[in-house]
Ligand binder design. Structure first.
Ligand SMILES: [Zn+2]
Length: 448
């Protein structure tokens, strides 16, 4: 099965809004794999465009310094959030010959034309142009990707742009230039997935013009292209589409200093991919509390059963969970099923129903695992293990001091220690086996 996702334009490091599609389609890919499909997942890297060239000029470095640096930042962000690496992650600049071949085919079939070093797609030549976005050509605005002079129709879009002075460029039969954005996806999808493939994904803002133009190019070149389209909605802040202008605090690397990565994944993947998602630290923290209810059950169940690992068993997943996932990847409802199982299992814990707890534990871990949110997965351990020991020892010092205070009946001091830990995000729980602590994202003082 072929899955193509329009990936990052690597002009800047990713903020939370950039990373949502990566997380959403990682869940799609994992679910399809779990259904037995052999998924070839391609996510491209747009490593040449106006903004990359602009930013490179600003820093007085070659375009590829900007592109590689930000590509690495994206790779780190995807990895931190538990996204499996794509089967292929092709860069635009590595596929110029494929783009030239495709443009030649488009010109040969009279769907494209070269003009002063630019190569345009002739939208009037394509009767179905606009069908993905449900628009008629006459209602469309002019394509803003190139100057209108030399175009047959202002709505014709540039597949290739003639080189301007001092810009990076590649040689073509039509002169030196560089790719317009759309042609790379048509050329790379064909190269890695063939003339026809199953699913094409991307953000909802790519439907027009980008995906419309991809379809036009690929069909003009004789490919039947994607059979299904999936578009994820935006992440918003204060009701607006998240953008760079909102500052660095929304960069994934910054958010992950405040929020555990698995909480951010749970939050991003936990809403339906077609639903808008309003981001705030408070919203992620609230989601994190929900996630900790599930992971807290896993911890207690493993303690009760004296287990150090849990084997994944796909047959143990709740039927309802699978049904929700098979209904257009209904992750929110699938997660609600996990919570139902945990609620029921918590009573089994209280009743000391070992077999009931064991069955629920395997089921819960297996359901989380297929979503890429298994807290026992080495993915999440790596994130924390180096700090975890030190933190554990520090918290133990405080726990011992609290126990001493209690022993001398200084309850005020004991409570103060607990409150102070709570303030920095460490919750204590008195259990039969002793004091247990858990770490959540810290709360600001104002919230008290
Ligand atoms: Zn694309």
């Amino acid at each position: 099965m072929g899955l193509y996702l329009c990936g990052a334009t690597v002009q800047a490091p990713p903020h939370v809004g950039h990373i949502r599609s990566g997380v959403a389609f990682d869940v799609v890919r994992r679910w399809l794999s779990a259904q037995g499909y052999d998924v070839t997942f391609v996510r491209n890297v747009t490593d040449i465009d106006d903004k990359i060239i602009h930013n490179a000029g600003h820093d007085d470095v070659p375009y590829w310094v900007v592109a590689f640096k930000n590509e690495r930042a994206f790779t780190q962000a995807y990895a931190a959030l538990g996204c499996l690496a794509p089967t292929a992650e092709p860069r635009a600049t590595g596929h110029i010959p494929e783009m030239i071949d495709m443009m030649q085919e488009i010109i040969d079939t009279n769907h494209g034309y070269a003009q002063a070093g630019d190569v345009y797609f002739d939208v009037r030549s394509d009767a179905s142009y606009g069908s993905l976005s449900g628009q008629k050509i006459d209602d469309m605005l002019a394509a803003s990707d190139a100057v209108a002079q030399g175009k047959r129709d202002p709505r014709d879009f540039a597949m290739w742009k003639a080189a301007k002075a001092d810009e990076p460029h590649w040689e073509t039969p039509w002169g030196p230039g560089r790719p317009g954005w759309h042609i790379e996806c048509s050329a790379m999808a064909r190269k890695y997935l063939g003339d026809s493939f199953d699913i094409h994904g991307g953000g909802i803002d790519l439907i027009f013009p980008h995906h419309e133009n991809e379809i036009a190019q690929s069909r003009a070149a004789g490919d039947s292209f994607a059979q299904y389209w999936m578009h994820n909605a935006w992440v918003t802040t204060a009701g607006e589409k998240m953008s760079k202008s909102l500052g660095n605090s929304l960069l994934v690397s910054e958010v992950l200093k405040r929020i555990p990565p698995i909480h951010l994944r749970y939050y991003l993947a936990g809403s339906h991919y077609r639903s808008m998602l309003e981001f705030s630290d408070a919203a992620v923290q609230e989601a994190g509390i929900g996630f900790e209810r599930v992971s807290g059950f896993i911890t207690r169940a493993m303690e009760m059963l004296k287990l150090s690992t849990v084997e994944i068993d796909s047959d143990s997943r709740a039927e309802k969970f699978d049904a929700e996932m098979n209904n257009d990847f209904g992750v929110p409802k699938a997660i609600a099923v996990i919570h139902e199982v945990v609620r029921a299992a918590n009573s089994k814990l209280a009743e000391n129903d070992t077999e009931g707890v064991r069955a629920a534990l395997v089921s819960v871990v297996s359901m989380l695992d297929v979503l890429g949110m298994n807290p026992l997965d080495v993915q999440w351990e790596q994130e924390q293990s180096s700090n975890q020991d030190v933190i554990g020892q520090l918290v133990q010092v405080a726990i011992d001091q609290r126990a001493d205070a209690r022993a001398r009946k200084d309850f005020e001091a004991a409570d103060a220690i607990r409150d102070e830990l709570d303030r920095i995000g460490i919750a204590l729980e008195d259990t039969k086996e002793g004091v247990r602590f858990s770490i959540r994202a810290p709360q600001s003082k104002e919230s008290h």
